[in-house]
Design a protein around this ligand. Structure first.
Ligand code: FE
Ligand code: FE
Length: 168
């Protein structure tokens, strides 16, 4: 916890939270990719891992602009979401249903990130920090696109998942 004395200190706190969240994801996404059976889903996780490394870099840039360290906070929410993702990787039974469980866990992560970046961007807007707004918006756009892609993938897996249920 830190002492909140200005909008800027609140923004710093949120940037640290996001930095912790993204660094946790850099470790978790390879495990999600490994557990995925569908080649498009596997590729999607690998692509988002590369993007996620870029998100960490952008937060480093934001921290530099704010003249602070991005480190020093643990995002407890992402810890929980990553734990749920890890549970999904361990599901047994129909691989396609495990893929859907991975997508559900991944979308919870994306929605959390979209919420965090949206709030941080708004704080940066209030502070008239267009340089920081641009960096946060760039990541926000990628999180949104990933969320959409995951919805498309789950729609594509749906028929085979229904069949898996019928044959069970
Ligand atoms: Fe991210
Ligand atoms: Fe993400």
């Amino acid at each position: 916890m830190s002492k909140l004395t200005s909008l800027e200190t609140l923004l710093v706190q949120e940037i640290k939270d996001l930095y912790s969240a993204e660094t946790q994801l850099v470790k978790a996404l390879p495990k999600m990719a490994k557990a995925a059976t569908d080649p498009n889903l596997k590729q999607g996780f690998i692509k988002h891992l590369e993007e996620t490394k870029g998100h960490v870099e952008r937060l480093d840039q934001v921290a530099k602009l704010l003249e602070v360290s991005p480190k020093g906070k643990v995002c407890k929410a992402m810890k929980g979401l990553v734990e749920e993702g890890s549970e999904a990787t361990e599901e047994t039974g129909e691989p396609i249903l495990r893929d859907l469980a991975l997508i559900i866990a991944a979308q919870k992560v994306e929605h959390y990130e979209i919420s965090g970046y949206g709030s941080a961007r708004t704080l940066a807007e209030w502070l008239d920090r267009d340089d920081i707004v641009a960096l946060l918006q760039a990541t926000l756009d990628e999180e949104g696109a990933t969320d959409k892609k995951l919805t498309e993938l789950s729609d594509q897996l749906c028929p085979a998942a229904q069949e898996a249920g019928a044959n069970a």
